[in-house]
Design a protein around this ligand. Structure first.
Ligand SMILES: *Cc1c(COP(=O)(O)O)cnc(C)c1O
Length: 495
């Protein structure tokens, strides 16, 4: 039976899965959610013997029902290949009483790769299915991680091009090198002489520009976006939670039916929402633990029922969680209103107008599976050091936030079952923060000089993503002012 997707702000707006992938955001500004969350459709014991690719097919075919099984297999085969440095794709490591689900073995060594390596294939298939004969041009503004992962995903995918804008002085040295060395004939990267907001506002203006859209159409092209509210990113993220359950079964750490807890370092609420969907599908998950850094807007929401973005924005050593508006929370809101589009819309309007909203007591009750916590900067560093000293396992600052919060919650209440911590970035990506947490004397060293040091002390081989930035020469030198972004896009596309 076909599953349709509807807007969180107007349930009567309905599209197929492939149309939702192409559109990204619903036309009314809402997010697409499945008409109902499908069942897993696999007997739990079978998960023990399924590969990552087989698990991906089992999960994705339940959600993306207007793709044929052959089409999905093809997308999965192209996405989860030797771009990942381990056959397991998302291996599960045991350290200090927790299981770390390593989501950083892809081309950019952060968890965004899990979804962005398949999104381009889902998108080009969707274009075919909906008889779109235009080339898809992805436009993205990035503060570092997403842009690189999107470029790596779209590089040399036929029928697509990608243009990424990043703030020239607003990304780390490793991130900058990662971007300017990106390969691919269909990839362009531009440094904007402004901050991230300038780059993002510029991209949003380009999406709204009717004249540019007409010029694009005349040239056989159309813009699209790869941001994290696309269901083509959300659905692939459900897969690794199901896969983790399979690995726990395979290693006889649990019996089929045993509950597990999932802990997620959270920013935009996409990753933990995927775990929530996995639970709704029937995966035996007890608690969903939402971990924040000092930007603890989500912690406060779960504690008080009030979401309030009116607060100072703090820069932390877990920058991918530095966020005050967690877009994907809208999908959870929709579920806890009992799938009430008007109630959801009202909250989102309050958020837009006043920067805050409150949920009802009834809605709060529906959050009973969730737990929330946060880790300060100091606690995050201490956790990195503690885990390292006790277990010789090195975790990045994002993962450390989750690890710390999980310990805290486990001390407060008896959790049923094992804890799986989503490990969202390789320590190599945040080498200076990680090594400085282990030993203060690294604080004054150059970031790039610390990479061999990390290899020596951890014994974990330098990933290809890091080797490449050290050896490849820059390919991208374009630079523009925020006001020149439109002209730059025109020039790149030759229109
Ligand atoms: C994006 C990101 C997160 C946050 O994930 P959300 O889905 O936005 O909640 C956490 N850690 C890392 C390393 C990330 O790149």
């Amino acid at each position: 039976m076909d599953l349709y997707y509807q807007s969180t702000r107007d349930s009567s707006l309905r599209v197929t899965a492939s149309q939702a992938v192409l559109q990204g955001l619903a036309p009314d500004g809402g997010l697409f959610v499945p008409g109902k969350i499908p069942e897993l459709g696999v007997e739990l014991p079978r998960l023990a013997s399924m590969t990552y690719q087989e698990t991906a097919l089992a999960v994705m075919k339940q959600f993306l029902t207007d793709y044929t099984e052959e089409e999905l297999k093809d997308c999965i085969r192209k996405a989860y290949d030797d771009k990942f440095d381990t056959e397991a794709v998302a291996p599960l490591a045991k350290a200090g009483g927790f299981y770390y689900l390593e989501l950083f073995h892809g081309p950019t060594i952060a968890f965004k790769d899990m979804a962005l390596s398949i999104l381009p294939h889902l998108m080009t298939r969707a274009a075919e299915k909906n008889h779109l004969d235009k080339e898809i041009v992805i436009l993205t503004a990035t503060s570092g991680d997403t842009g690189k992962a999107a470029m790596a995903g779209f590089a040399d995918v036929p029928g697509t091009r990608i243009i990424v804008f990043y703030p020239r002085d607003g990304v780390s040295q490793v991130q900058k090198l990662q971007m300017v060395t990106q390969k691919g004939a269909n990839v362009d990267v531009v440094a904007v002489t402004g901050n991230f907001d300038d780059a993002q506002s510029g991209v949003k203006a380009l999406f709204r520009d009717k004249d540019l859209a007409a010029e694009m159409a005349a040239a056989g092209r159309q813009f699209s976006s790869a941001n994290s509210i696309n269901i083509g990113r959300l659905v692939p993220q459900i897969v690794y939670y199901v896969y983790a359950y399979g690995r726990l079964l395979e290693n006889e750490e649990i019996q089929a039916g045993d509950k597990i807890n999932i802990v997620v370092p959270t920013g935009n609420f996409g990753n933990i929402l995927a775990a929530y969907y996995a639970k709704q599908m029937g995966l035996p998950i007890d608690r969903l633990i939402c971990a924040s850094n000092d930007n603890k807007v989500l912690f406060d929401f779960f504690q008080t029922g009030v979401y309030d973005r009116n607060r100072q924005f703090l820069l932390t050593i877990s920058p991918s969680m530095d966020i005050l508006i967690s877009s994907n929370l809208e999908r959870l809101l929709y579920e806890i209103t009992g799938r009430d589009d008007e109630e959801t819309l009202r909250r989102m309007e309050e958020l837009r107008d006043a920067g805050r909203y409150e949920i009802s007591g009834e809605m709060r009750k529906r959050l009973h599976d969730f737990r929330a916590g946060y880790a300060t900067e100091e606690e995050t560093c201490t956790q990195i050091r503690k885990v390292w000293e006790k277990t010789s396992y090195l975790i990045d600052p994002h993962t450390a936030v989750a690890s710390k919060v999980c310990e805290e919650i486990r001390a407060e209440e008896e959790l049923e079952g094992v804890c799986v911590v989503a490990s969202t970035a390789s320590p190599y990506k945040f080498v200076k923060s990680v090594l400085s947490a282990v030993d203060r004397h690294y604080k004054d060293r150059e970031e790039l000089d610390l990479i061999p040091e990390l290899e020596k002390i951890s014994g974990v081989e330098m990933p290809r993503a890091i080797r490449e930035i050290l050896t490849e020469s820059p390919r991208h030198r374009l630079e523009c002012a925020p006001a020149e972004m439109k002209e730059t896009v025109r020039r790149i596309l030759g229109i």
